[in-house]
Every structure is written in structure tokens, then in C-alpha cells.
Ligand binder design. Structure first.
Ligand SMILES: Cc1ncc(COP(=O)(O)O)c(C=O)c1O
Length: 392
């Protein structure tokens, strides 16, 4: 029986009879696994693709519980947890690519993904080209080369929230025998990557899965045996590992993911509309608003939104005015990452890097992550922040 997300988040990744009747799975820490005899030890190599205890690096039941849960949330068959969201990007790229390959990456990609492509991947002989995340099907086909092996996507884009046409990109990629990767961190339970044609789905569990700003963790999910072999062997060759403590916390965070996403996504949407009606604001970059590039794909493909969006201020407001607003805010922490229970803000103009000509916005920008605070309190704080913007 395919379970609905609310049920999957409660029932998944646990087997009380295996945990001596306790509701939650055990937190297991360990390196050495002891075998009853040599015959069993010699047999272990054959099971490296399965969730069995072989050696600490291959994972233990705490990892396997979380992996089973993420695979279910993403609608895939198998998942590999890794030490960070960034590792969930770099591990599969290293696993699938080889020297001489060509990689396509959206111009709106998370900054450290770009750093990895232009740094280590280039040094290892992989060439990356950046494409407009809003490109047409013809342009997508034209961007492919005979040696393109991965088409990377991130939807919505980091800081600027362009929603990509994933089914179209899947069509283009698969016709050419290219693998489609997606950083699905923003969508998490609200975008089903495999029903839209993705081959490799990436999650920074640091964000909403953790939900409490206290872990760093990533997950890569696939939907067939062939991809699982690429991913699993690549992760093992790289010695990739995730802390069981963080996995246990992520599993606990996931139990309330649906509630937190509903509350924070709803509050963010309310504030996105609030910002859109403000005289200081030129445009709100929230996928659920028509002012966001790719809004039509959001409406078609997503079942909801998280609490992260961007605001473009009118051109008359300087970078210093945006900084004055941010400094005036009392309830919005100034900090990177997102998906925790607390509200955050960051200026984004000047931090985004573009090379495919897609970085032109009408004014200075800021990114907001909306937490679980009271809405009236948040609005009162934003009112006085905007007063500081106007006064600067
Ligand atoms: C879209 C996206 N992907 C990946 C990451 C990386 O996650 P982590 O901080 O766990 O390395 C981030 C972090 O901000 C992100 O925003």
C-alpha cells in the first residue's frame, strides 16, 4: 500500500519490535562489526548494496532507518545518507562523472556547487557549462554535447527561486542518454522527483528534515538498481559517511516535517503577499507568486512550498539601505542555511554568482526564511525594518 505523506512520516524508518518495543529506532555508533565465524565474514562483500551491518563505514541500522524514510518521502527505491547537503551534491557527481565528460548546471545553482564544478571537477577533467534555468526545450537540446553525461538541476534556484521545467529537462536528458540530477532541498516532500523524470535526487537534510538548526546532513536518492550501484559504490569508494547522531536527529525531525512545512510554508506565503503589497518592494521571488520565474511549473508540479523566499526592493534602495533594514530586524537572525524553526534573513545581492547572463534584477535583494514565530510579531518587526530601509 502506498502511504500518504503524513502516514509515511509517522510510520517510516522504524520497527518497534526490533528496538525492544521502543517507538524509535536505536542510535547506533560503531566502526567494527564482529562476525560469528570466518565463513560469515567472507560472505559480507556480496551484501554491500544491502542495508546490512558489514563495517561502520557502510552504515548501520540508524543510517538504514533514515535512508528508508527518505527513499519513501522522495518516492525512490534507495537512498544513501552522506555527511552534508554539499556532499549529497559532490558524491553523486564524482560517482557518475569521469575525465572528459561535460556537465550542465543551472546559472541559479547553490554557490558551493558552482565552486565544486569550477574547482575540483575542472581539475579532474570535467567541463561544466552554466545554462539559463528558464531555457526552452530547443535551447536545452542545443546545450547538450556528445560528451554530456549529467544535466544538473536545482529547483527553485538558490536565492533567486527560478522554478525549472523538470519534465521537459528529463525528456531532453533521457533522449540523449544523459542522467538528470536535481537538488530537491526546497521542494522536499512537496516535489516528487521521480514521477517528474529525475534520476538522482539530492536533499540537504540540514534544512527542513533536521528542522532545528542543529545538524549537518545530506541524502541522495535513486529509483533503480543501475543508479543505486553507481551511487552506492561511489559513496563507498569516496569513504563518505554521516554521523549516526545526526541521522537519528533527522529521523526525529522528519516526524514533524509535514506540520512544520505547513506552518512555515503558510506563514511565508502570507508574508510573500504582504511584501508584494509594500511600496518599497519591486518583486517577490516566491514560486507560488506569478512574479517568480517558473511560477507555472510550480503550480503544475509542486504540492506546496517551504518557508524560504526572496524579495527584490525598488531600485532607489541602496545595498546600505538593505543592510540597515536587516540590522534593524529583531526577530530575524542573520545567518546562512535555512529550514530551522526560527526566522532568518540574508542580503543576497552581491553574493550570487552568475555566468550565463541571468543575474540581472531590478533592485537589491534579500532572502527570508520564515520560522514558527507569531505572525503579528513578525509583521511588526518587518514594519520597523522597512522603516529603517526608507530612512537609510
Ligand atoms: C539548495 C541547497 N542545497 C544544498 C545545500 C548544502 O547543504 P549543507 O549546508 O548541509 O551542506 C544548501 C545549503 O544552504 C542549499 O541551500
Amino acid at each position: 500500500m502506498t502511504k500518504k505523506i503524513e502516514t509515511a512520516l509517522v510510520q517510516g524508518g522504524r520497527n518497534p519490535t526490533k528496538a525492544y518495543g521502543f517507538v524509535n529506532p536505536k542510535l547506533v555508533r560503531g566502526s567494527t562489526v564482529l562476525y560469528p565465524d570466518m565463513a560469515t565474514k567472507l560472505d559480507t562483500g556480496r551484501h554491500v548494496l544491502e542495508p546490512v551491518d558489514i563495517y561502520g563505514l557502510c552504515g548501520n541500522e540508524t543510517h538504514f532507518a533514515l535512508e528508508a524514510m527518505i527513499a519513501q518521502v522522495e518516492g525512490g527505491t534507495r537512498c544513501q545518507v552522506v555527511g552534508s547537503g554539499l556532499a549529497a551534491i559532490t558524491v553523486p557527481l564524482l560517482a557518475y562523472l569521469k575525465a572528459g565528460d561535460h556537465l550542465l548546471v543551472p546559472d541559479s545553482v547553490y554557490g558551493p556547487t558552482r565552486t565544486f564544478c569550477d574547482g575540483l571537477l575542472r581539475r579532474y577533467g570535467v567541463e561544466t557549462n552554466y545554462y539559463d534555468p528558464m531555457l526552452s526545450e530547443d535551447a536545452a537540446r542545443a546545450a547538450l554535447r556528445p560528451n554530456t553525461s549529467v544535466l544538473f538541476t536545482e529547483s527553485p534556484g538558490s536565492h533567486t527561486f527560478e522554478v525549472q521545467d523538470i519534465p521537459m529537462l528529463a525528456r531532453v536528458a533521457h533522449t540523449a542518454g544523459v542522467k538528470l540530477f536535481m537538488d530537491n532541498t526546497w521542494g522536499i516532500q512537496n516535489f516528487q522527483p521521480f514521477t517528474h523524470g529525475v534520476d538522482v535526487s539530492i536533499q540537504a537534510l540540514t534544512k527542513y528534515a533536521g528542522g532545528h538548526s542543529d545538524i549537518i546532513l545530506g541524502a541522495v536518492t535513486v529509483n533503480c538498481d543501475e543508479d543505486w550501484r553507481w551511487l552506492r559504490f561511489g559513496a563507498l569508494e569516496l569513504g563518505s559517511y554521516a554521523s549516526p547522531d545526526d541521522c537519528w536527529l533527522a529521523l526525529r525531525g522528519l516526524r514533524t516535517l509535514n506540520l512544520r512545512l505547513k506552518a512555515q510554508g503558510g506563514a511565508a506565503l502570507h508574508l510573500a503577499h504582504w511584501f508584494a503589497a509594500r511600496p518599497e518592494v519591486a518583486r517577490v521571488l516566491h514560486p507560488a507568486l506569478p512574479s517568480c520565474p517558473g511560477h507555472e511549473f510550480f503550480v503544475r508540479d509542486f504540492t506546496g512550498a517551504c518557508g524560504l523566499f526572496g524579495v527584490v526592493f525598488k531600485p532607489e534602495y541602496s545595498p546600505e539601505a538593505v543592510v540597515a533594514m536587516i540590522d534593524a530586524l529583531q526577530l530575524f537572525g542573520i545567518g546562512a542555511s535555512w529550514g530551522g524553526y526560527e526566522s532568518l534573513v540574508l542580503p543576497t545581492t552581491g553574493t550570487i554568482r552568475r555566468s550565463a547572463g541571468t543575474g540581472e534584477f531590478e533592485g537589491k535583494m534579500a532572502r527570508f526564511q520564515i520560522g514558527l514565530e507569531n505572525m503579528d510579531d513578525l509583521i511588526a518587526d518587518l514594519e520597523q525594518g522597512l522603516a529603517a530601509l526608507r530612512a537609510a
